[in-house]
Design a protein around this ligand. Structure first.
Ligand code: BYC
Ligand code: FE
Ligand code: FE
Length: 477
């Protein structure tokens, strides 16, 4: 399905056949561009960035690469191709034809899911807007901007659904998505992690690894939706998301790799004085970002989640690969809960435990990536193992909220937590140290002292390719 770029809003949904929708979206577009100029990457709007742009939505080579100024990026509306005769894959309506319009009785919850998803996209751009100024290389700078423009497009994806299917309420919600601001006390973004700061590049790689990965699992569950326009929208978003996860996982891996190199060269666990980041600090950043991201899955026991599933609106990860009845009315799930100072397994209705089921898929994926980082350490013949903390560690949402745990999962007193938390999560001085390393490196082919180069450039370009040109304060060469 090719994308029509001759219209003001690129799309593959025949937007020009629906004049009302086209006008509504064209009316929203200037507000989006204004938001991008105010809240998008600071100081780099006039640079030429080597970006990929979607040209079609089929699996083979949907992307073309070329220099683009970010405000000229062709944000648009791209849905994956429809599946002929698609059926609702789960819940009470399992087996019925999918909905092409919003089922009236589920309008409110569906809108809420779409708004919650949509809200995270601009939030992440806001969180990352200052990072360009301290980029570790042009390669990394380009990747940051690629992720940012695509998160902008993900906002478009949700706004399309709101405008096309939710009438006036949808248009109001679409306005709200441009008005909330990450970290703003009066009008914050909806979910916790999206009001945290992303002050340095180590935080950024952790965010792209752990928090964008929540995005992958949430989008994959919505890609199962019986509301077909939502499913198709999320399917295409997932193809873009893969790059964000690559940036995060390989970014953290490159930091680990550089640290190991410095550890070996100087025969020391402490590499700060050589411009590296100690593995112990990397571990604390993992603890922080993993726990914040686990909260994004919601409470372990959730009637919301049960309702979403029963109604056929939000499925499980890879619903089709599961061999149960896809309805779960009589099934149970063994859930870990803190009770009287201990963590115990309890039998719960599977329908209520769907947030936890999705969290299970996420945790397994994080374990896989962690093993790859540990392999880097092992190959450098160093004795150190990075770990994921217990899933109840430092949680603010769900059964573990308000319970203090060590990373190993031992319940401790609030007082012990206060006394020992500096061992587990980044302290002010850890953050200041990491911040002190954040000096921009903008010579093509050069990388900051604290990160190893990647294995290869983007789109087969060499590492000294000029991935971003026309930087502020730098004359042409
Ligand atoms: N922070 O039954 P519960 C991405 C609220 S990331 C604040 O546990 P439910 C991306 C909840 O709203 C993917 N509040 O929750 C990544 C509820 O409020 P009410 C984003 C929270 O509904 C990087 C109450 O607590 N997509 O794409 O089962 C860069 C009790 O709720 C939080 C989605 O999230 C929190 N962490 O599950 C860019 C998908 N957690 O009813 C992009 C859509 C819960 O008491 N969203 N609450 O007012 C959902 O599916 C669900 O809303 C959630 C929550 C899974 C988030
Ligand atoms: Fe996104
Ligand atoms: Fe993303």
């Amino acid at each position: 399905m090719s994308i029509n770029y001759s219209e003001r809003i690129p799309n593959n949904v025949s937007l020009s056949d629906d004049r009302r929708l086209q006008r509504a979206l064209e009316a929203w577009q200037p507000g989006f561009l204004q938001w991008w100029r105010e809240m998008g990457p600071e100081s780099f709007q006039r640079c030429d960035v080597y970006l990929r742009t979607a040209t079609s939505t089929d699996a083979q080579g949907w992307a073309t690469f070329g220099y683009v100024k970010m405000p000229d990026y062709r944000w648009g509306i791209f849905l994956a191709e429809p599946e002929p005769d698609r059926r609702i894959p789960f819940g009470e309506h399992k087996g019925e034809p999918v909905w092409r319009e919003v089922p009236g009785q589920h309008r409110g919850v569906l809108r809420r899911l779409i708004v919650t998803q949509g809200d995270t996209e601009p939030a992440s751009v806001e969180q990352q807007r200052h990072l360009g100024k301290t980029c570790p290389s042009l390669y990394d700078l380009r990747n940051l901007f690629q992720v940012n423009v695509e998160e902008g497009r993900h906002l478009w994806a949700m706004v399309y659904l709101l405008h096309a299917y939710f009438g006036r309420d949808g248009r109001e919600e679409a306005e709200g998505l441009l008005q909330r601001r990450s970290g703003n006390a009066d009008n914050p973004r909806i979910l916790g992690a999206f009001n945290e700061q992303t002050p340095d590049w180590l935080s950024y790689f952790m965010f792209a690894h752990f928090t964008d990965r929540d995005g992958k699992y949430q989008l994959a569950s919505l890609a199962e939706s019986g509301f077909d326009p939502l499913a198709r929208t999320c399917r295409f978003m997932l193809t873009e998301e893969a790059h964000h996860l690559f940036v995060g996982e390989s970014g953290v891996g490159r930091v680990v790799s550089r640290t190991c190199e410095l550890m070996r060269a100087h025969n020391s666990f402490e590499v700060g004085e050589y411009g590296g980041i100690d593995l112990s600090i990397i571990q604390k950043y993992i603890n922080f970002h993993y726990s914040v991201s686990l909260d994004l899955f919601g409470s372990e026991l959730s009637t919301n989640a049960a309702n979403y599933f029963s109604a056929g609106l939000k499925g499980r990860f890879k619903e089709a690969d599961r061999t149960d009845d896809h309805q779960l009315t009589g099934s149970s799930y063994s859930l870990l809960k803190p009770e009287h100072g201990k963590i115990i397994a309890t039998e719960q209705p599977a329908l209520l435990a769907l947030n936890e089921t999705l969290r299970d898929s996420y945790v397994a994926d994080c374990e896989r990536a962690l093993a790859r980082w540990n392999k880097i350490i092992k190959e450098a013949q160093l004795e150190f193992e990075l770990k994921l903390p217990h899933r109840g560690f430092r949680r603010s949402i769900g059964e573990f909220a308000g319970v203090s745990l060590t990373p190993e999962g031992q319940i401790i007193s609030e007082e012990e937590w206060q006394r020992r938390k500096s061992e587990w999560i980044p302290t002010q001085s850890d953050r200041e140290f990491v911040a002190s390393l954040m000096k921009p490196v903008t010579t093509p082919g050069q990388f900051a002292s604290w990160i190893a180069p990647p294995l290869r450039g983007i789109n087969h370009q060499s590492l000294d390719f000029e991935f971003v040109t026309g930087l502020p304060g730098v004359t042409e060469h």
